[in-house]
Design a protein around this ligand. Structure first.
Ligand SMILES: C[S@@+](CC[C@H](N)C(=O)[O-])C[C@H]1O[C@@H](n2cnc3c(N)ncnc32)[C@H](O)[C@@H]1O
Length: 253
């Protein structure tokens, strides 16, 4: 562990308040055909409430309204569970921040999650929350994506990324981690005009192919989402990972 450990305090919510918020989450999930048990929904909610607690002294999220956070953090993460199959055993969440989408995915799927971030205090907070929820299928690791890729090649069935970088960069970051037929799931708010074109060019260099795109709107006018699913089909034509920072400084496309 790097930096000071995070000690979570007792939540300042009554059981009744937690029950009402959990019901809200279950309602929005069911309108998106996402099936969660009450226990899973409550665990997701507790994650959010601990993020809110830690956010008072470590900057984890700018979304502070709980009703909005249920949509913008929890629902927005949980929709990605539908791209997991029962044969997917492991996933990597690149740039997990406060644990989104990594923790909700550990709660909602049977897969084991590795959540990485380059900011140590965020990782400490996420690990404290994982421990509190007794989520033995998730671990957060303090590392840079490019460095983690050196030791963890071809290790994951799925790589997920939300709100991290443009698609060509995400494709380059994810490629070394993916086993053959492994998938990269990218969630985007509003992709830039030419982003898909350059993503397809980067994918071709990296040996990935686009297999599916979905678009939808979040409830209560909270935003538009585009989900891109890439599959690793062949070897990259360049050596990956490149040096730290190169993917951003000199994107493949
Ligand atoms: C905008 S936040 C998104 C967090 C989260 N995925 C979400 O959707 O709420 C991006 C996160 O990626 C992390 N990050 C950026 N570049 C990274 C890198 N090269 N390696 C690891 N983490 C990185 C940042 O520290 C930050 O926490």
């Amino acid at each position: 562990m790097s930096g000071r450990p995070i000690v979570l305090q007792k939540l300042e919510y009554t059981d009744q308040e937690i029950k009402v918020l959990t019901e809200k989450l279950l309602d929005v999930c069911s309108s998106f055909n996402i099936t969660l048990t009450s226990r899973q929904a409550q665990d997701c909610l507790m994650h959010l409430l601990y993020v809110e607690q830690v956010n008072s002294y470590i900057n984890l999220t700018r979304i502070t309204d709980l009703d909005e956070a249920i949509i913008l953090h929890l629902l927005d993460s949980l929709v990605l569970a539908r791209y997991f199959d029962s044969s997917d055993l492991s996933y990597l969440d690149m740039g997990t921040g406060a644990g989104f989408p990594g923790i909700p995915l550990a709660i909602a799927t049977g897969a084991t999650g590795t959540l990485i971030d380059s900011v140590g205090k965020k990782v400490n907070a996420v690990n404290a929350i994982i421990q509190k929820l007794q989520l033995d299928r998730a671990t957060a690791v303090h590392t840079r994506i490019e460095e983690y890729a050196i030791q963890n090649k071809v290790c994951f069935d799925i790589v997920v990324a939300r709100a991290l970088a443009s698609m060509p960069i995400l494709i380059e970051y994810a490629t070394p981690f993916l086993r053959k037929r492994g998938r990269l799931i990218i969630s985007k708010g509003n992709p830039e005009a030419n982003e898909l074109v350059s993503a397809q060019q980067a994918a071709s260099i990296c040996g990935l192919t686009l297999v599916r795109t979905d678009t939808f709107d979040l409830p209560f006018d909270l935003g538009h989402r585009e989900i891109f699913l890439f599959e690793r089909v062949s070897k990259p034509s360049i050596s990956l990972p490149r040096q730290n920072g190169m993917a951003r400084k000199n994107p493949l496309a």
